[in-house]
Design a protein around this ligand. Structure first.
Ligand SMILES: Cc1cc2nc3c(=O)[nH]c(=O)nc-3n(C[C@H](O)[C@H](O)[C@H](O)COP(=O)(O)OP(=O)(O)OC[C@H]3O[C@@H](n4cnc5c(N)ncnc54)[C@H](O)[C@@H]3O)c2cc1C
Length: 399
């Protein structure tokens, strides 16, 4: 049986970040990846608020950064110039986040096992002490000091090791998109479109990020009425005024992608010496379906805690960190999802027009951070727009 300090299961954003951090810290690390799913070449967007320090420390480079975004309903929009950048990562080629991190981890001595899948995890008296990996019909047995489970939302590691930890299912997102060229989009401004008629409960994201143009849609499956995500994407591109505009006469499709992920809510994120990260831990924003940020953050901190704490202490430390740093944002996302699931296009127009109005009186970035820090500006904006009181009452009823 091979001994290692840290065994990482899954080589996505969470697992590769964890493997890189652990091997950089001098821990003997093994990464098991069963074979990355084929999604097609796509662009991931994530924000830098929690991860900028981490990616700089680990030497990971996004393809592009941008601070400007435009949020659009059917007839209104507001612009946001933020201190927090959007980071763009190209998935499906050499510069993908997981590929960069995996290469760097291998350089630091991490053993990478491709084509391996865990078949059992044993819980002994002192914690999880044996993992059996099946690779092309051959069994490899490991005796790890710590296990980091990073095997995505359908996590087998979570089920094998955590049968006693309860989880509830949240929204399931499904999306498709295209990589294109010559879209009618201002370079460096990310565009997020909400349109209840064409993309119910979801959104379309489009950007021209340093020459990488893409349009992606994401919808919660419970709003899709049995239709495919491709149906809604085409619906938006062909029938919504915004869709027709972005994809003007000169645009060309270079490739397409698809995928899905599911939000799960666990009552704990670690047990004994096994820490669950990224989508496997349900660390996915239930509003937009974003998870790369949480994957990087949880992967990094799981590895750091394996360095700092004993197997007896590590679970409490990691559970506290996730509860403190990530769960408040996820709960906010749950509220936003509940609200957006019940807004009509008319409500969205009123909301976006109101936020646009607020932007004339106050800095939107600080306003979104904490609307209470600028009560005077907010009060002034509301007095100037009496319909905003109706809007707030409507939102309050929904919450
Ligand atoms: C269409 C689509 C678009 C998205 N766009 C964005 C976006 O723009 N921004 C954003 O922040 N998030 C986005 N997300 C969500 C984001 O992709 C995930 O939250 C993120 O990839 C989670 O990373 P992870 O490492 O936890 O899991 P994953 O990326 O799912 O990686 C898990 C890895 O584990 C491997 N694995 C699984 N089982 C085993 C096993 N038994 N043994 C070994 N290996 C195993 C898999 O092959 C996979 O490589 C999107 C998701 C979809 C589906």
């Amino acid at each position: 049986m091979e001994k290692c300090d840290v065994l990482v299961i899954g080589g996505g954003a969470a697992g590769c970040t964890a493997a890189l951090k652990a091997s950089k810290s001098g821990l003997k690390t093994v990464l098991i990846e069963k074979g990355r799913p084929e999604t097609g070449r796509k662009i991931d967007v994530t924000q830098d608020n929690k991860v900028d320090g981490i990616i700089r420390e680990l030497g990971l480079k996004p393809a592009h950064r941008s601070n400007r975004s435009r949020w659009l309903s059917r007839n209104h929009h507001f612009d946001l110039e933020s201190k927090i950048s959007d980071l763009f990562w190209v998935r499906g080629d050499e510069d993908a986040l997981d590929m960069q991190a995996e290469r760097a981890a291998a350089d630091k001595g991490c053993e990478i096992i491709h084509g391996g899948e865990i078949s059992s995890v044993r819980l002994g008296e002192n914690g999880y002490d044996e993992v059996v990996v099946n690779r092309k019909g051959k069994e490899l047995a490991y005796k790890p000091g710590f296990i980091i489970a990073a095997d995505g939302w359908a996590s087998g590691a979570r089920r094998l090791a955590f049968p006693h930890i309860t989880h509830t299912e949240g929204p399931h997102f499904s999306g498709v998109g295209i990589i294109a060229k010559d879209l009618d989009l201002e370079e460096g401004v990310t565009h997020i479109y909400f349109d209840e008629e064409h993309i119910p409960g979801g959104y379309v994201y489009a950007a021209n990020a340093g020459g990488n143009c893409f349009i992606a849609s994401a919808l919660p499956v419970h709003r899709m009425g049995g239709k495919t995500p491709g149906y809604y994407f085409r619906n938006f591109m062909e029938h919504a005024a915004h869709g027709r505009k972005i994809f003007g006469k000169n645009a060309k499709v270079l490739g397409s992608f698809h995928g899905g992920s599911r939000c799960v809510r666990l009552n704990k994120h670690a047990h004994r010496n096994l820490l669950v990260t990224g989508d496997a831990a349900g660390l996915l924003d239930p509003f937009l379906g974003y998870g790369v940020n949480h994957a990087i953050f949880s992967g990094y901190w799981a590895a750091e805690m394996c360095r700092k704490f004993s197997p007896l202490e590590v679970a409490d430390q990691y559970n506290n960190l996730v509860a403190r740093e990530l769960m408040p944002g996820i709960r906010q996302g749950e509220t936003a999802r509940r609200i957006f699931d019940r807004l009509s296009n008319h409500d969205l127009d009123r909301l976006f027009s109101f936020v646009h109005h607020v932007s004339k009186h106050t800095d939107l970035d600080s306003f979104f951070d904490n609307p209470l820090i600028s009560p005077v500006a907010l009060g002034r904006a509301m007095l100037n727009r009496p319909d905003s009181l109706l809007l707030l009452r409507h939102l309050h009823q929904i919450i």
